[in-house]
Write a protein that binds this ligand. Structure first.
Ligand SMILES: [Zn+2]
Length: 315
């Protein structure tokens, strides 16, 4: 059996997988705000113990533990160097897990794990080149090239959210101006929607969130647009054009067979998201012999991370 762990900002998910990649059991340790490093590690270890005991597996029966890390890490030593949204800096995860398990521990970037997981979805057996795009607070990416993760020097590749799509545009915490995620992340859409409301043009959106501008999310303008609200429809059109711009850039650089989209925005129906995205991308992207790029949603949603983390050991 193999364990795949996905460390997220609100919880740590773990799955126990058979050698054929099928899921035997799963567990989750919630991460509460203000929880320190020791508390998070304690809850994670207790979730893992529960996971194998429920499945009736002894710890020696676990042959590999893959971990998706939302930040920087040292793969050789198993140490987490920096996680911007969790207090795990300096944690040697390999050492912590060695107390319970004798299996090797492999750390990998969380978006890369999700990409690897999506590659294992039925029907994707022949996909060797894919870019996985997660749309959330920012935009993360995992690049699969020639059937393996493209890591770049220092495993730092895949920061697709920080490609500039508007030169001299909106400031980004990374220090650049006009980064893709400042226009096409879920947070960017929510803040554009709040901007429209602040100027008095977002009555339909405000009604959907009980008049509370602070509770506007990326879903709000989509929902208002579906009801025919003109300002929301303009906002969604603009949002899709920004999203398509970055995705077309990715197609021109990597020529993947498939671009896969994850994150909350990916739950929007095709007519509002994938159809207009495909239309723009197919019109603008450099064509390649053999056909157009596929644009699909995540098949595994949140499970892609644990599947991909365990899959680090499947090859
Ligand atoms: Zn940036």
């Amino acid at each position: 059996m193999y364990i795949g762990i996905d460390i997220g900002g609100s919880g740590i998910d773990a799955g126990l997988f058979r050698r054929d990649g099928s899921l035997a059991a799963r567990a989750r340790a919630d991460v509460a705000p203000g929880m320190g490093r020791d508390g998070i590690v304690r809850d994670m270890l207790s979730a893992l113990r529960g996971l194998i005991s429920r499945a009736g597996v002894r710890s020696e029966g676990v042959l590999g533990i893959g971990v998706g890390v939302p930040g920087a890490f040292d793969g050789a030593s198993g140490e987490i160097l920096h996680t911007p949204n969790l207090p795990l800096d300096g944690l040697n995860l390999a050492r912590e897990l060695a107390g319970d398990f004798s299996a090797p521990v492999a750390l990998e970037n969380d978006a890369n794990c999700a990409a690897l997981g999506e590659l294992r979805a039925p029907g994707r057996e022949t996909v060797t080149d894919m870019v996985f795009v997660t749309i959330g607070t920012g935009i993360g990416g995992g690049i699969i090239a020639g059937g393996t993760i493209y890591r770049g020097a220092g495993s730092a590749a895949g920061e697709i959210g920080h490609m500039v799509i508007v030169h001299g545009g909106r400031p980004c915490p990374c220090g650049r101006l006009g980064c893709w995620e400042r226009y096409a992340s879920a947070s960017a859409l929510a803040s554009s929607a709040a901007g429209v409301c602040a100027k008095g043009g977002g009555g339909a959106m405000l009604r959907l969130c009980g008049g509370d501008m602070a509770s506007i999310t990326a879903k709000t303008p989509f929902d208002a647009a579906k009801r025919g609200d003109a300002p929301s429809m303009r906002l969604i059109d603009e949002y899709i054009s920004y999203l398509a711009c970055g995705m077309t850039n990715l197609v021109n650089i990597f020529q993947p067979q498939l671009i896969c989209i994850g994150g909350g925005v990916s739950r929007e129906p095709d007519e509002w998201l994938l159809d207009p995205l495909r239309e723009t991308m197919h019109r603008e992207a450099y064509s390649r012999p053999g056909g157009r790029v596929g644009v699909e949603k995540t098949r595994f949603a949140r499970d892609a991370g644990i599947i991909g983390a365990a899959a680090l050991f499947f090859e």
